[in-house]
Design a protein around this ligand. Sequence first.
Ligand code: GDP
Length: 365
Amino acid sequence: MEHPENNPEYAGLTVNSGVGPVTSVNPHLNRSRFVRRHLSANDYVEGILKGNITILGQAVTLVESTIPEHQVVAQEVIEKCLPHSGNSVRIGISGVPGAGKSTSIDEFGIHVLKQYGGRLAVLAIDPSSERTKGSILGDKTRMEKLSVHPDSFIRPSPSAGSLGGVARKTRETIILCEAAGFDKIFVETVGVGQSETACHSMVDFFLLIQLAGTGDELQGIKRGIMEMADGIIINKCDGNNVDKCQLAATHFRNALQLFPLPESGWAPQVLTYSGFYGYGIKEVWDMIYSYFDFVKKSGYFDYRRAEQAKYWMYESINEQLMGNFYHNPTIADMLHAAEQGVLNGERTSFVAAKQLLDSYFALLH
Ligand code: GDP
């Protein structure tokens, strides 16, 4: 029977037979036009270097793919784009959910494109699978003006995975975007955990968005995160929130004075603004661009990028070594028993780790 639902046992439920082929579809239509052409690494590179956003998007999808064949092509594309990358300013933007990141990035993006021209890519790092509070980083619908701007490219965070993996993909995407002529890169990240450190390790300027609270807002923010910030901006400085924001700014300035001057020699500044009403946005960007002038003159800009490249080399080694170890079938088989041994107190963690590593190294010979 065509529809089992029409069986007597499902009395009361009937399913109509479906609609036949539609005759109105033009039989001469060339359907192959709608099938995505299989691109080679060189096709991707050529498209990217021409600034073709569709091809850039497809290449980023390839970078994000976990399929090994995709990764091979992706790595070739990245390598070929590398000599054309680097000519940009990269700005990390962090803040807790609700701090106003998307609202601000929308306004910031429009401001920098108007003031400085060029092209802007907005990327994100969000290793958490939990997409609650409507806060999807790099979500186009939350950046209404920028998403329809012809000189912008917005890409949400690579989907959940290890922080190292997500961050590496974002970093590789930066390279592709720069090769495609994007000379301004925003990397959005949520200010609740380790992702700031990853973001900091790939940007030239790290901007922290804060809110004025009840006067003790400094308690909630980790010292390490404040030390990373090249600028702290207090959002929602509008309506009857202005006094509170200015007070919060004073608290932050006082707190920052207790820290030693960062390696860049630039004393981080604290400003108030309103992303929603557009107050103080010019001042925020004047500050960020004066930082760039300062560090480009001093040589710190290039130094930081070189240090970051070194950091990513080690990250990459660590990631690949770990992947190779854990994905080794023999090791994978041994891991469970070793874990149980440690849990039962039969083996110490050091002994178990040593046995596993010894077996792994023996397998390599
Ligand atoms: P995100 O989670 O950090 O991306 O924050 P959103 O940009 O989504 O903003 C969270 C909420 O704060 C939204 O309801 C915004 O309308 C509001 N908001 C953002 N910026 C401002 C601002 O400058 N002033 C005021 N009053 N509200 C704002």
